[in-house]
Write a protein of this length. Sequence first.
Length: 406
Amino acid sequence: MIRFGPAGIPLSCKGRTLRDGISDIHSLGLTAMEVQFIKVNAHTRPASEEEIGKRPYDIPNELIVEVATGSRPDQAPDPAALLQPIPRKANVTVLSWFLAKSYADLQQARVLSRAVDVHLALHAPYYVDFASSPSARERTLRQYRWAAALAQALGAETMVGHLGFYGTSDHDASFERTRNDLKDLRKWLDRVDHGELRLGIEPSGHPEVFGTREEILQLAREVKGLVPVLNLAHIAAREGKNFSDKVELHKLVDDFVEASRGNLYLNFSGVEFYAQGDFRLTPIKRGAVHFDSVADVLAEREYDGTVISSSPLLEHDAMYMKLLYERALAKRFAKKHAPPPPTPAVPVKSAKPTKAAKPAKGKPAAKPKGKVPAQAKPKAKPKPKPKPKPKPKGKPASKGSHARKR
């Protein structure tokens, strides 16, 4: 089954909370949403007297994503601290997020999404950097942990993110360092949700940012619990391709499906690209990559997964992609169940006319059974009337004269 949805709350939604967005998505006939945790506003402070002894999940109007108890600054906090009472002399990190004010809001959104069958994913902050410096790496890892806490409370299936710049070292060294960081992050996530949350990594359309097609697929093969996100707009911009060749598109989708263990996560929008790394996202109908071909590929293989619209026309293009996919499915079904074409008739040579068999001598011909309709006899032509003989001229001779002549 393929689920479709927008990257964020629909533009047509009157409310701007998570519950408003989920309800609106359900009413539009969509079944997925990627919650956008893009911008981070966080501050760390000592725990107040009212908070000490309470779990972060139970504190109203506060979204506490980290509890530190005097451990080393470079050491990852215990994820179980969010489920335990806050001790004294603890520092807490609180988020200011317009989509939710507390964990109670997240729990209500989780219940509603499951009730209306809308699957949720969460996009981690964009401004991350694993390779530039140790401080940038630590800040990035903290932001991923905060996003994981929100995703776990929302019941999201996938947390999506980028990896930042390559840094000053070469690409091979950046790949090795990033892979090790992702392994550590994946181990920390396993302690949060016991491996239920998938960590999705997106490719980048900019050549100076980590994330070619090959790098993303290789990371997914080497880091357990990591899945590659097939962002066709970014790959098209980075490689300068519009994927009009269906064979090449099949190969690309198959590679990502295999690396994601059969459950594809696809992010799509229109894209216009110019020079290398110079591109912009557009509505689907105006982009260089057409979703019609993608829909045909998805329908032919009957994949399972999620398709997220990151187009400027969020929910409109999500519904349009769903329509194209359903058309492709209907076309495939009609082709599969169409009756076989009729076999062409073999021409038969005309046989020579045979003479009618003569009835055997001495035996009268068999009379047909039943009444034989009498044939209508032709009407006789009327005989012409005889013409009257012409009368002789002059007087007729008398009898006496006739006798004298004798």
